[in-house]
Write a protein that binds this ligand. Structure first.
Ligand code: 5AD
Ligand code: FES
Length: 354
């Protein structure tokens, strides 16, 4: 797809015309990845963070937040629960918390792999290449690291680098791919200062990078962060709306037809009644139900009013299953690996040797 077509869709507001985008994305999704919706159990293992991102409630300067770390026992219990609920994947997510050092994370991965047949996805932020390599060797399958916006100046503004010359997230994603991970990229929609043209560039970045997974959610201001009180709006500011997020999901499906694309919790937070269902009908094929123990959930406060904070793992599972079935979809069985990843890997030498 060309940039001007992408921009045209992002600026389109007539429901009849947008129907064409929704239907095209939905049929691409049906043909390429089918009607199964894979569930990824999300465990938010720590809300400590060494970073100062202007948008995120976990930023180190947020002294109002009670910080927690889950114990290894607690994390393993969540992984077992994921398997019992029939999920194919457990996602370990945290702020950038160096207490979870390479050895602790590797040992967690090994134990989960010993005791379950789950795919293990990591979402632990920007870490050293040696750590990524060790975790891969320990058995981690996938790594999520959204690049948030492909506009470098905007990214560095909202995500101050820890050191000059630090590797960008796109190059980290390429490194992760070389290490053999399935990689997940993604962006926030409607960051102050982000334009509609910037979103078009994000779609082009997806088409060039071809991530195995693409997460797209609306930016939600957190009152305890500087970005919430920054005037910031650009001329041609991209709105942080459900509609714009759905357009990004649909376009992501069209440029990366075989990617796994979640209906995000941030979208469900904007529209609790049907945010996820809308995304699933417009290109998405994955949901990431929360498995974090109830006493920690509210503390993983990246943005306010997060959907499902008051629910338990069992409630979310039953709720989601019902929601999927109400729109003619079903819970996928197995790990839900990326079909694109399987195809790329079938041709590598290491796969031949296996
Ligand atoms: N609004 C929406 N999404 C956010 N994230 C972090 N803070 C916010 C916010 N205020 C998203 C980022 C990050 C992911 C884990 O959560 O995209 O990569
Ligand atoms: Fe959590 Fe519906 S998915 S309550």
């Amino acid at each position: 797809m060309e940039r001007r077509d992408i921009v045209r869709w992002l600026r389109e507001d007539r429901p009849e015309t947008l129907q064409v985008l929704w239907e095209t994305a939905d049929s691409a999704r049906t043909v390429e990845v089918g009607d199964a919706v894979h569930l990824r159990g999300l465990v938010e293992i720590s809300n400590h963070c060494r970073r100062s991102c202007l948008y995120c409630g976990l930023r180190r300067e947020n002294s109002r937040l009670t910080r927690y770390r889950m114990s290894e026992q607690e994390i393993l219990a969540c992984a077992l629960q994921a398997e019992e609920l029939g999920y194919g994947t457990v996602v370990l997510q945290s702020g950038e918390d160096l207490w979870f050092d390479e050895g602790r994370v590797a040992s967690l991965i090994r134990k989960i792999k010993e005791r379950t047949s789950l795919a293990v996805t990591l979402s632990l932020g920007e870490r050293r290449p040696e750590e990524y390599a060790l975790w891969r060797a320990a058995g981690a399958d996938r790594y999520l690291l959204r690049f948030e916006t492909s506009r470098r100046d905007l990214f560095e503004h909202i995500h101050p680098p820890l050191e000059r010359g630090a590797a960008g997230r796109l190059s980290l994603l390429r490194l992760l791919r070389r290490l053999g991970y399935e990689i997940g990229g993604g962006v926030m929609v409607g960051i102050p200062g982000q334009t509609v043209e910037d979103l078009a560039e994000d779609i082009l970045t997806f088409s060039r990078l071809e991530p195995d997974m693409i997460g797209v959610g609306p930016y939600i201001p957190h009152p305890g962060t500087p970005l919430a009180s920054e005037p910031g709006a650009a001329t041609d500011q991209a709105p942080a709306t459900e509609l714009m997020t759905c357009k990004m999901v649909a376009l992501a499906r069209l440029v990366c037809p075989r990617a796994n694309i979640p209906a995000t919790t941030a979208l469900a937070t904007l529209n609790r009644e049907e945010g996820r269902e809308l995304a699933l009908a417009r290109g998405a094929n994955v949901v990431m139900p929360n498995l974090t123990p109830a006493r920690y959930r509210a503390l993983y406060d990246i943005y306010p009013n997060k959907a499902c904070v008051g629910e338990t793992a069992e409630i979310c599972f039953t709720c989601l299953k019902g929601r999927l079935e109400s729109i003619g979809r079903y819970v996928g069985v197995g790990r839900g690996d990326s079909p694109g990843y399987r195809m790329k890997n079938a041709l590598t030498f290491s796969a031949q040797e296996r």
